[in-house]
Design a protein around this ligand. Structure first.
Ligand SMILES: NC(=O)c1ccc[n+]([C@@H]2O[C@H](COP(=O)([O-])OP(=O)(O)OC[C@H]3O[C@@H](n4cnc5c(N)ncnc54)[C@H](OP(=O)(O)O)[C@@H]3O)[C@@H](O)[C@H]2O)c1
Length: 329
């Protein structure tokens, strides 16, 4: 895809949770495009954020701000004076105790953005705020008009989806009340090479099959997208004057059996599971979905097989997985 490369020199944008998996790629892309970036992190001196300082342009145009989602003043300090905000920080967990951070954080960032009169906020929501609805018919196409059912999230203890749904709704409410231009990206599960040193939650989704810790795979489907495309989508919806509302972001959906088949094709040396944990029911089918809205802005996605291959190579290069040669010894 082509991203608008018109001069952005002098534009200041804030990226919350800058050291995270998606945010690191976003910071990288924004620096490459010439933006001046303020990244918020909980601890600028923590080694886990060191990779940010090595990005091209970081010396000249990246500054790290200490901020916590529950601390409005810390977020405001980072956001005042910015032209735009990318709000990606949120706990990646099903721990109900952490929900507050996602929800209050969303309100705090939006309120600070309103005070700073930024041009636009791009909020990283999730497909988890879109598709969790047991009453949807199998023929319904999941698109940006769909919202997850909060009671269903609660009853199934899917606190991550619950928190992302309420956090996104809170962002829309503040946007309306205070007149903030908000655009939302709703990615499915994000894979791809890591810039940060530690393994993030969504990459564990495939790593567990390669380490042998998952002996079987579940009878379930999942949509996947490459982290580099998620970063591009964020910049695109920030820059495109016509962008508005929500944008589902996914390359394709795979059954877990198809995922382990792809892993086995490229990396047969690892102890991959060959059996589904559910040998009774028929294979779950993907739901129908639409990604046309994002594609209409010009996004072209990295094919998921390439993304999976490069994710594993990155895990090997960073020492999170043994090299196949070591496995055979
Ligand atoms: N990865 C996926 O598959 C996926 C899919 C859809 C949507 N998303 C959304 O994308 C965003 C980024 O996810 P990611 O995969 O990049 O996860 P990640 O690597 O875990 O990054 C999350 C970031 O949020 C920060 N954070 C968490 N709680 C915070 C708090 N109380 N105050 C300040 N910062 C806080 C973390 O900071 P620390 O390093 O200090 O913990 C980290 O930088 C999240 O909003 C997530 O819901 C992710």
């Amino acid at each position: 895809m082509s991203i608008d490369t018109s001069a952005v020199s002098g534009q200041i944008v804030c990226v919350t949770g800058a050291g995270g998996f998606i945010a690191s790629w976003l910071v990288k892309l924004l620096l490459e495009k010439g933006y001046t970036v303020r990244g918020t992190v909980r601890n600028p001196n923590d080694q886990k954020n060191a990779h940010l300082k090595h990005l091209d342009g970081a010396n000249e145009r990246l500054s790290l701000f200490r901020a916590d989602l529950l601390d409005f003043e810390s977020l405001k300090a980072a956001i005042m004076g910015c032209d735009g905000v990318f709000h990606t920080a949120s706990p990646m967990t099903d721990d109900p105790e952490k929900m507050e951070e996602a929800i209050i954080g969303s309100k705090n960032v939006m309120t600070a953005a309103a005070k700073a009169k930024v041009r636009r906020v791009v909020f990283t929501s999730s497909i988890g705020a879109v598709y969790m609805n047991p009453n949807r018919s199998p023929d319904t196409v999941v698109d940006e008009s769909c919202w997850s059912d909060l009671d269903f999230c609660k009853n199934t203890k899917n606190w991550y989806c619950y928190a992302k749904t309420v956090a996104e709704q809170a962002a829309w409410a503040v946007a309306e009340e205070k007149g903030v231009d908000l655009v939302v990206v709703n990615p499915m599960l994000v894979l791809g090479p890591l810039l940060q040193e530690a393994v993030n939650t969504s990459v564990v989704h495939i790593m567990k099959y390669l380490t042998g810790s998952a002996k079987t795979y579940v009878n379930a489907v999942q949509g996947y997208v490459d982290v580099r495309d998620v970063a591009k989508a964020h910049v695109l919806v920030y820059e495109a004057p016509s962008a508005s509302g929500r944008y589902i972001c996914v390359e394709s959906m795979l059954h877990r059996g198809e995922l382990v088949d792809i892993l086995a094709e490229y990396f047969p040396e690892y102890p991959l599971p060959t059996k589904c944990s559910d040998e009774v029911n028929p294979r779950k089918k993907p739901y129908k979905y639409s990604v046309e809205k994002l594609k209409s802005l010009g996004v072209e996605f990295i094919p998921i097989k390439q993304c999976i291959y490069e994710t594993v190579r990155s895990l090997q290069q960073k020492g999170h997985l043994p090299l196949p040669s070591k496995l055979q010894q």
